[in-house]
Design a protein around this ligand. Structure first.
Ligand SMILES: [Zn+2]
Length: 287
């Protein structure tokens, strides 16, 4: 079902946003980590999306142009509607976080119809499971940066160690719009140049020796790569860094292997993005 995949992807980006605002979001794919904790506390994300013993607060539907429930996969350029029907009271902050997540995906990232950032059956297939989306109608609930930060920091939410997946946060996200990475020919691939894989198809899975950041960026059998690129539209490339392994400056240097003339202001960090989205939203919601 497409709703399952989309909802999983939405939830994953919602977690990224919550961690980016300084909140805790559990990793629901890890049975040891997921909510609730022993005291019965949930994280902000589980509160909205549900977890064991706590139902999701909304019903999620994907509708086609005519307002019918979509049965088949979404095709290119197809118009569809995501419907969130509250089943229990949803707070303004939750709507605002959802809005922020959707805006963020549409402007700076991509949505997946399948499981996000998990190993795909076939190497190199991940990108095709992702899609760029454009928002036509927005929810009308918006909150300021400070209000959302306060909301995710509230005492009632579960707090736990999230060091294992701390990289999966807007704080470690980056995006370059208007540029993409690709495999140009049999012997030249800007993607592999950035990931630190040897160029050329035959050697593509082979990493350059002594490059530990490359191993993480390229992903292994247990995880997906951390750099994604789309040629569609104006082009878009985004990914994550990992504190202690690779920082934004080093990531930028890697990207310059592909784009020699990359300008300083083209590389946007998650923090810049979140401030842009929230302050921009605040202006638009004025009288
Ligand atoms: Zn949780």
């Amino acid at each position: 079902m497409i709703t399952v995949g989309l909802l999983g992807s939405l939830r994953w980006w919602f977690e990224i946003v919550v961690r980016g605002l300084g909140g805790f979001a559990c990793d629901p794919s890890d049975p040891e980590m997921r909510c609730p904790d022993k005291a019965g506390k949930r994280c902000v994300v589980c509160e909205f999306f549900g977890c064991t013993g706590w139902a999701r607060k909304f019903r999620f539907e994907v509708l086609d142009e005519k307002g019918q429930i979509k049965q088949k996969a979404i095709r290119e350029r197809e118009l569809f509607k995501l419907n969130f029907i509250p089943l229990r009271p949803v707070s303004d902050e939750e709507w605002a976080l959802l809005e922020l997540t959707l805006l963020f995906i549409s402007e700076y990232a991509a949505i997946s119809g399948k499981t996000v950032f998990k190993p795909s059956e076939e190497k190199g297939r991940e990108d095709r499971d992702f899609g760029l989306i454009q928002i036509q109608d927005r929810l009308k609930v918006q909150k300021e940066y400070k209000e959302l930060k306060e909301y995710v920091a509230q005492e009632r939410w579960r707090k736990a160690d999230q060091s294992d997946f701390a990289w999966a946060s807007l704080q470690n996200f980056w995006c370059v719009k208007g540029r993409y990475l690709c495999r140009k020919s049999q012997t030249e691939s800007t993607f592999n140049r950035v990931l630190g894989r040897c160029e050329g198809k035959a050697q593509a899975q082979q990493l350059e020796p002594s490059d530990s950041a490359a191993a993480w960026l390229a992903g292994g059998r247990q995880e997906s790569k951390k750099v994604f690129s789309f040629k569609a539209g104006e082009g878009r490339t985004f990914g994550f860094v990992k504190p202690g392994l690779i920082d934004f400056k080093q990531m930028k240097e890697r990207l310059k292997r592909a784009w020699k003339n990359l300008q300083y202001n083209e590389f946007l960090t998650g923090q810049q993005i979140i401030e842009r989205l929230l302050s921009g939203g605040a202006k638009e919601s004025g009288p």
